[in-house]
Design a protein around this ligand. Structure first.
Ligand SMILES: Nc1ncnc2c1ncn2[C@@H]1O[C@H](COP(=O)(O)OP(=O)(O)O[C@H]2O[C@H](CO)[C@@H](O)[C@H](O)[C@H]2O)[C@@H](O)[C@H]1O
Length: 476
């Protein structure tokens, strides 16, 4: 079966977050399940330079201006690149200029992506479309309302918080039938809703963990879309993310000071002094070293870590923070490092290699998100033997086994959980982690369990494959 994936990011070509990791990893994972994936991405400068002078396979010059689809194979990915310079040949990241301000024509830019997806799917003979997040939200609408032939689609929610809402003046420019401008369509509280359209027109909706699939169908977690999601009944499901085990492999990761594996974990210890050195922390082998890697945003709960920092330090811990995002939070993180030299260290920036050293060198990784659709940081932490300390929400709840008495007795704990959104509870979880860390046999067991976890795509790839089989069969 041939599936056209469509997304605004794809690792290693262009990445601002976990979406790129998943879009980049799924093709190889699905190949093992008999699905051939081609991935459609916008032709940002970084993408075009990676594919060079790739041949044009489709001319799409139409209502969104000059546009061509180029086909290329790079990094093991089969790509369709939407070469539309007026939309994508810009500096900055996929959504904003170098000043961090979102492009004011993002609605038009990503409508062009959805339009291209529908055209490519029908013209190039794909069996199904897999659209990711709001940027690909209009693919399903164009397929349902304008396509020359029927192609079924799956829409995957990576984060319901990002909904892609644009002023109603955009609607007439989309080339969709006027009947689509209603509640049973694209209209979303008076705006054009890209995520809403994705949810409305897809044949199946998935999100990236079973728990998040439940949360988004409640008023508390549905961010205004819970009614629509409940209305889709059994067509909504949660399929857990994995990580690419070849890409994330501590036995041959060059970013580490020392490589190690579940079978040979001893060399891991050499990464701790390397990490301490990078963050200006005291070279104390006995201090429990916590790391945080992620976007500095409300969702991720870094403010809670800063509030819990006194308790962490009081208990003898050290903290390494790697992140970028909200300016006020960045300043607070730098301030914490300045206030506690040798005990807290902050690196502001997006640094893939340093993230790997954090996962491979820290004693534990903090993931205190207020909500988390799946979360990849805790999967990387498990794979690299740093038991995660996670908020009990979304995919974090689904992937980490709390070291409570029962789990310790059963020998299956892989980390620590706490109830989300509360700094005092996080502080308690940190203290509990330090207590476990100081019980050497118990900690060695938890760490070995973490290293032994199956965080691969195997099971989830089979579930996606079954879903594609189902929608294609239903159409046939
Ligand atoms: N400063 C930095 N330097 C280096 N690396 C950094 C970094 N900041 C983040 N990263 C890396 O970026 C990735 C972030 O992935 P997440 O899943 O944690 O978050 P994100 O919220 O972007 O993704 C959304 O989509 C994904 C994919 O479905 C869901 O797992 C998630 O819950 C949802 O919010 C991880 O691989 C992490 O190591």
């Amino acid at each position: 079966m041939r599936v056209l994936a469509v997304a605004s990011e794809c690792f290693p070509l262009i990445k601002t977050g976990g979406l790129a990791d998943v879009v980049g990893a799924l093709p190889a994972a699905l190949a093992g399940a008999g699905i051939t994936v081609t991935t459609l991405v916008p032709g940002y400068p970084a993408v075009l330079s990676a594919v060079g002078a790739a041949p044009v396979v489709l001319d799409l010059t139409d209502r969104f201006g000059p546009a061509r689809l180029r086909r290329a194979k790079v990094h093991g990915l089969d790509l369709l690149v939407l070469d539309a310079p007026q939309h994508f040949d810009r500096p900055g990241n996929p959504y904003a200029g170098p000043d961090g301000v979102a492009w004011d024509d993002n609605g038009l830019r990503f409508a062009a992506l959805g339009f291209a997806a529908a055209k490519a799917a029908t013209a190039l003979g794909f069996d199904a479309v897999h659209a990711h997040d709001w940027q690909a939200g209009l693919a399903g609408a164009y397929l349902r309302l304008t396509a020359a032939r029927r192609v079924p689609s799956v829409f995957t929610i990576h984060n319901l918080a990002f909904q892609g809402q644009f002023p109603p003046a955009l609607f007439p420019r989309l080339g969709l039938p006027a009947t689509a401008w209603r509640m049973d369509g694209l209209e979303y509280f008076g705006s054009v809703g890209f995520l809403k359209a994705g949810l409305w027109y897809a044949d199946r909706i998935t999100t990236v963990s079973p728990s998040y699939a439940t949360e988004i169908r409640t008023a508390a977690g549905g961010m205004g879309l819970d009614g629509l999601l409940r209305g889709r009944g059994g067509q909504v499901s949660g399929i857990l993310n994995g990580i690419d085990e070849a890409e994330w492999d501590p036995s041959r990761d060059k970013a580490l000071a020392a490589c190690f594996s579940a079978a040979d974990p001893a060399p891991r210890a050499a990464n701790k002094p390397a990490l301490q050195a990078r963050f200006g922390l005291a070279p104390d082998p006995a201090a429990p070293l916590f790391a945080f890697v992620g976007r500095l945003a409300w969702q991720k709960g870094m403010d809670l870590v800063l509030d819990a920092l006194p308790a962490l330090l009081e208990a003898g811990g050290q903290l390494a923070i790697l992140g970028t995002g909200d300016a006020a939070l960045e300043a607070r993180c730098l301030g914490a490092a300045a206030a506690h030299p040798g005990r807290a260290g902050t690196v502001i920036g997006f640094d893939e290699a340093l993230a790997r050293l954090c996962y491979g060198g820290a004693d534990a990784v903090l993931v205190p998100s207020r909500f988390e659709p799946c979360g990849l940081a805790q999967l990387c932490a498990l794979r690299y033997g740093a038991p995660p300390v996670v908020a009990r929400t979304g995919g974090l709840a689904d992937t980490v086994i709390d070291a409570n008495e029962m789990a310790l007795a059963a020998g299956c704990a892989t980390g620590v959980q706490f109830a989300p959104g509360d700094a005092a509870l996080l502080a308690g979880a940190v203290q509990r982690t330090i207590g476990l860390y100081r019980d050497r046999p118990a900690w060695a067991h938890i760490q070995a369990n973490a290293l032994g976890c199956d965080v691969s795509w195997r099971r989830s790839a089979a579930r996606y494959a079954a879903l594609f089989d189902e929608i294609v069969a239903a159409d046939g």
